[in-house]
Ligand binder design. Sequence first.
Ligand code: ADP
Ligand code: ADP
Ligand code: SF4
Length: 610
Amino acid sequence: MADDSIAVVDLDRCQPDRCNYECANYCPPNRTGEECITKRGEMADDGDPIEGDPEQIRISEELCLGETCGICVEKCPFDAIEIINLPQELDDEPTHRYGDNAFALYGLPVPAPGNVTGILGPNGIGKSTAVKALADELVPNLGEYGGDADWEAVLDRYRGSELQNYLTQLIDEEITVARKPQYVDQIPKQFDGNTRQLLEQTDERGALDELVERLSIQPIMDQPIDSISGGELQRVAIAATLARDADFYFLDEITPYLDIGQRMVVARLIRELADDPDAERSMLVVEHDLAILDLLADTLHVAYGEAGVFGVMTDPKSVRNGINEYLEGYLNNENMRIRPESITFEEHAPRESTRGTPLVEYPEISKSYGDGEFSLDVDSGMIYEGEVLGVVGPNGIGKSTLAKLFAGSVEPDSGGLGFDLDISYKPQYIEIDQPMRVDSFLSSITDEFGTSYWDTEVAKPLQLNSIMEQQLTDLSGGERQRVAIAACLSEPADLYVLDEPSAHLDVEQRVQATSAIRRYAENHDATALVIDHDIYMIDLLADRLMVFDGEPAQHGHAAAPQEMRAGMNDFLADLDITFRRDEGTGRPRINKPGSQKDSQQKRDGEYYYS
Ligand code: ADP
Ligand code: ADP
Ligand code: SF4
């Protein structure tokens, strides 16, 4: 008996009419006559409501031998079963379990007035479930999914803990909630009207004008919501949430599609709302851009577990320790390893390496659109085979225009470039709406699909195997991103251009995607040009940097590719941001403006590497 294991059956995948119950036929307890795997319709402990089809399977967690057996997991042709040993440290019952053989959440985040509470952790680990509970959209059942859940029982469980205060108020219905959803791309499906109409509904604090100004929303106020870009939608959604007058604000990801300047503005707005002395507001933010999370949050819950199976919210940690422990892969108080190896950053700029074969040497280029509404000037430069070139700069400055110039799909103002490269391009906003399965889509792109090489280099690091059979149209934002990165890398090309691969990926997925892109470039003598606004991702990914500056939507300038140190200095000087190094781990942290370190580093002209 393994009472410390959890069995989850994915009812969307379990198809007993197509498998002959291989799982139950091979399950060792079943073979000795016990009812470990049964049909849901024959569920032993009667009284519980049966979800799913009565012919689908149900696994008894009392009888199951646990992860070390795992025979059913192997036997199921549809990957419908997960058996995972729970960490021994989890001695309590879950806070919420969705049902029999369904996802279990342990712990809850603690909102506190005047505080920005961060949540850091992978997707699928119960963050939204926790937030639904705190927003009173779901009453946690403490693992008893059969009966009626009630808040008094939850309060009993958390009496004496830091959550007691919040729960008491929640039960007294004294808490109002404002929420920003994770996938802003869905908003146009739910709202028909223009930006002004959407925002005016939300202006409960009389703060809309200021939000519109600081988030630069003015130019799109009269545009229909279904015509604005993802970055604009993100800012509108943030404004709509922060304009409300609520006690509890929950923002699920604030950075996708925003450049660093915009990220800093949003972080400041959230901070100011928490610090408002006339109100007691609690802010809860899920965020995967660690530099921004570090800047923004006061305390942090690390979420860990197994996506789709179980998730644990740790007690609150200081934001510095929380991020350090997360990167380290080891949670101190919990005595829990969450990753075999740590994620580390170079404290000093990488040494200038000798460059290999040039891929292309390009001349000065100019390009303007229309009557010169936007113009781009590109300094001449050289790109080498096998390198990963980081591309940084604000939105609307001409980065994708440069990629199109290289690809030959856009002509420079005068003359030709004398070359055009085969480019494989992943745009910032991914639109895949073909009614097709992921595996059919990817195998239509590359003959290498299904080879062990492709599997190791692309499918595994991008965690594609579990979504291969899904329809492209059913994928979440993060899943779509991973498929789009895979599709981009699978195309034969001279130059791989990836625009914001970090969007909607959690930290683990960013690190994995980073190493997949790097390895791919090295092994194929291919060159990758990666546009991203997550400084940690750029740091881990890039060999050199190409820095854009200018005035967005008016004029852009692209400098020649530079070494990391010079590139970071140029880029961050323009933004007026310096980074110090964490004393324990050496990871970069944004300095407080005007602090001693900030002023000293600006005087020294060292914005990133010490
Ligand atoms: P996150 O916000 O961390 O991505 P979620 O809280 O959205 O995670 O989901 C955690 C897990 O709970 C997912 O595997 C999801 O499939 C499962 N889940 C969510 N809602 C339900 C539900 N109503 N019934 C059963 N499982 C659910
Ligand atoms: P980035 O990739 O840095 O966000 P882009 O190269 O996409 O910037 O765009 C730079 C500017 O050029 C933006 O103001 C954009 O609206 C404008 N622009 C892009 N493509 C066109 C086009 N085909 N016609 C007119 N203006 C364009
Ligand atoms: Fe049976 Fe559990 Fe083994 Fe699956 S893991 S075959 S349910 S004992």
